[in-house]
Write a protein that binds this ligand. Structure first.
Ligand SMILES: [Zn+2]
Length: 359
């Protein structure tokens, strides 16, 4: 039996423990823990102590090495703001998420990735957004359900379970498959924007290094703004905006936050600098900086809805999936937290048609 040091590291990072803290809890020396993480084979009773201290099933550590998501291959919007423990826990969740999707892949035909490489357009994010819309045949229409659009294009969406507001979302490519992890504690409008931002990273920064640099962040934001609110549509639907009241009515069309809409209007030169600033102040006073009063419902995942329903019909529960993956049920719950809701069953038939159980 091979003890996977990388799995030990993943579990420890998920628990936000340092090597020292884990050693103490497991009543081992820090050297033992560090050696085990570096691939030294350890006795079964030592492995047992570690598993117990981490509240992970012992078998988890004896499976093949996991996909390790390194910080260099990931887009992190607020890398600088994040503590190392939160960042590592989020990346470790990425490893578990890939394993979870591998499990689903063996049982269902998921939509194939249909993203294009727009890295040459990274300096022109508006045009990148236009090109992707063209590729997907979206024209200038607003997007009714962004999450189900992403899923229908083969993007794998999971929840970022960390109890922190410092991370918005992150994304990465693994074996030609795009993944997005979303913070479910943001407003629904903000989550949609975050998704679009990550989509920008996926198409513009796939092959580029240093994804956390400021330039890349601005590009992804500009991509998201243009992708969600196409210039032509904004210009025909949001002419002569003068009041915050109009903004609050109009923003529903593009399912964006009031702040995101006024930013876009200003960017397109449709409101003056002065109007933009006074609208920001007024929106702030009305609570639109911290949240989104009277906002839209959270978008949920069609893939997870269908997968869980199909499995349930075969009496396979989340508990069974967790057992097969040898992870605690709480970890599985965290990965799909907020994504599957009974209300989403009528949405996104495009995904439903593409998603069939493997015969
Ligand atoms: Zn970013």
């Amino acid at each position: 039996m091979y003890f996977s040091g990388e799995r030990l590291r993943v579990a420890r990072q998920r628990r936000k423990m340092t090597g020292k803290q884990l050693a103490k809890k497991a009543k081992l020396t820090p050297v033992t823990v560090s050696k085990a993480e570096n691939g030294h084979q350890i006795q079964l009773d030592t492995a047992n102590s570690l598993a117990e201290a981490l509240c992970y099933p012992l078998e988890f550590f004896y499976m093949d090495d996991p996909d390790v998501i390194s910080v260099n291959t990931v887009s992190f919007r607020s890398l600088a703001k994040m503590g190392a423990a939160d960042r590592d826990a989020s990346l470790a969740a990425g490893s578990l998420g890939v394993a979870l999707y591998d499990w689903v892949d063996e049982r269902f035909h998921l939509p194939k990735p249909d993203l294009i490489d727009l890295s040459k357009e990274r300096e022109r994010p508006e045009s990148a957004a236009r090109l992707l819309r063209q590729h997907w045949g979206l024209g200038d229409r607003p997007i009714g359900n962004f999450l189900s659009l992403l899923e229908s294009k083969g993007v794998r969406v999971l929840s970022l379970s960390e109890n922190t507001l410092d991370v918005d979302a992150y994304s990465f490519w693994r074996s030609d498959r795009p993944y997005v992890f979303l913070n479910q504690q943001k407003t629904p409008e903000r989550s949609i924007f975050d998704c679009a931002h990550e989509l920008g990273h996926l198409v513009m920064h796939h092959h580029a290094g240093a994804k956390g640099d400021r330039g890349a962040e601005h590009q992804a934001d500009a991509f998201a703004s243009a992708f969600l609110m196409p210039e032509a549509d904004i210009k025909s639907e949001a002419r002569s905006v003068e009041s915050v009241r109009q903004v609050l009515r109009l923003k529903k069309r593009w399912r964006v936050s009031a702040m995101a809409l006024v930013f876009r209007l200003h960017k397109l030169g449709m409101i003056t600098e002065w109007t933009y600033k006074s609208m920001c102040i007024e929106l702030g006073q009305l609570g639109y900086r911290r949240g989104e009063p009277n906002g839209i419902d959270r978008e949920t995942s069609v893939v997870w809805q269908k997968v869980l329903t199909a499995l349930w019909s075969k009496k396979i529960t989340k508990n069974d999936i967790a057992k097969e993956l040898r992870i605690p049920l709480s970890e599985l719950e965290a990965l799909i937290f907020g994504l599957a809701s009974p209300r989403s069953s009528s949405l996104g038939d495009g995904v439903g048609a593409a998603l069939r159980a493997v015969q």
